[in-house]
Design a binder for this molecule. Structure first.
Ligand SMILES: *Cc1c(COP(=O)(O)O)cnc(C)c1O
Length: 372
């Protein structure tokens, strides 16, 4: 008999419709640079309430391009959270900028807007909030500061497709919003990402940079391409976009399923004082990308190992970036700089949460934790 498989912390849900959509494109003339790209961009932009979308090869590529388009240059500073995936800050490094971390809020685990203003210097160019676990940041406060100091807000919403802040969908209000379509995220294209924006100038620059910085100038001949600045090949393929379009049809169902699982977890852990469950504020509708609990009065590491023994592939999101050797060496960050993020990290376990989880999977997680 096959070994019992692990329940992962996140997983895609691909059905026959998805497979059919991809196969159709594989049989067509366009594998890349074809019509599915714009169709996907328009569909995501419409869903999120943004004017424009530019689809790229990954969320990381989307971050990189957005920073370049924002005019980030060597010596600039960008304020962000230490509790994020490394790519959020790594791409700042490749623009020569310094990630300036602000500690997080105890409850939402998002960047604390009250700590941002003190960090602003003449070098600060942007704020990059991350909607941790799918819960939107407190944007009224963030935009108030951004306006006052003339800073761009580039939102890393890789966790938050479909989330809402005060009734407005993520992607509709920031200067640029980043999405990822990695298989653990809400919908997938295998690898893939997107930048959403309402700014036409950003939109056009993003498209150019995705494709080597080349612009077609047919007035000089059908072959003629001009390059004003060097770009990348950050393109996504048509068959990936076909998958994304097919997946997008199911986004509301996916989020509903995620929310149902969250409610089962919340209820199961209600009277267990050792487990602190994630919150959802009045102003927010979370997209529930992750279900991060905090354990108290028990050994986190032993609990993690126990889950693993029971076939549960829990995770920890994330080791705060200022504790990563690279950030300590380059910028002299040190332990103790962001105590709330550090305290969270010591107690954190991300439990499995994905729409295709069965009731049996959910009960298995609950029982394993209760046993411990
Ligand atoms: C997934 C993720 C990214 C990177 O996305 P990729 O598509 O894997 O490159 C960036 N930021 C955050 C917060 C993420 O979760």
């Amino acid at each position: 008999m096959a070994k019992k498989s692990m329940i992962p912390y996140g997983h895609q849900w691909i059905d026959n419709e998805d497979i059919k959509a991809v196969t159709e494109v594989l049989k067509s003339d366009w594998l890349t640079q074809g019509p599915k790209i714009e169709e996907f961009e328009k569909a995501i932009a419409r869903y999120c309430g943004a004017k424009y979308g530019v689809a790229v090869s990954s969320g990381t590529a989307a971050l990189h391009l957005s920073y370049i388009v924002a005019g980030i240059k060597p010596g600039d500073e960008i304020i962000t959270t230490p509790l994020t995936f490394a790519a959020t800050a790594n791409m700042m490094i490749f623009c020569g900028a310094k990630p300036v971390f602000a500690d997080i809020e105890r409850d939402t685990l998002n960047i604390d807007p009250n700590l941002v203003e003190n960090l602003i210097t003449p070098k600060t160019k942007a704020i990059v909030p991350v909607d941790f676990a799918g819960h939107p940041c407190d944007y009224d406060q963030i935009f108030k500061i951004a306006k006052k100091y003339n800073l761009l807000v580039i939102e890393d919403a890789s966790h938050a497709l479909g989330a809402q802040y005060k009734g407005k969908r993520i992607g509709s209000f920031a200067d640029m919003t980043i999405l990822s379509f990695h298989p653990v995220k809400h919908i997938t294209t295998g690898e893939g990402g997107m930048v959403l924006t309402n700014n036409k100038d950003f939109y056009e620059k993003l498209k150019t940079l995705r494709h080597h910085g080349m612009i077609k100038k047919p007035e000089n001949g059908g072959w003629y391409c001009e390059m004003e600045y060097p770009g990348f090949n950050y393109r996504i393929t048509d068959f990936q976009c076909a998958l994304g379009l097919s997946q997008l049809k199911k986004i509301n169902k996916f989020i509903k399923k995620r929310k149902e699982i969250v409610e089962i977890y919340n209820e199961a852990f209600e009277n267990i004082k050792e487990i602190v469950v994630p919150v959802e504020k009045d102003y927010a509708k979370s997209a529930w990308h992750l279900y991060p609990i905090q354990v108290q009065g028990v050994d986190r590491r032993k609990m993690f190992e126990q889950l693993k023994k029971d076939g549960i592939g829990a995770q920890v999101h994330y080791l705060p970036l200022h504790l990563q050797p690279f950030y300590q060496e380059r910028f002299e960050y040190k332990k103790g700089d962001f105590p709330i993020a550090e305290k969270y990290y010591k107690k954190a376990i991300t439990l499995p949460l994905f729409p295709k989880m069965t009731n049996k999977d959910i009960q298995c997680v609950v029982e394993s934790l209760k046993k411990y």
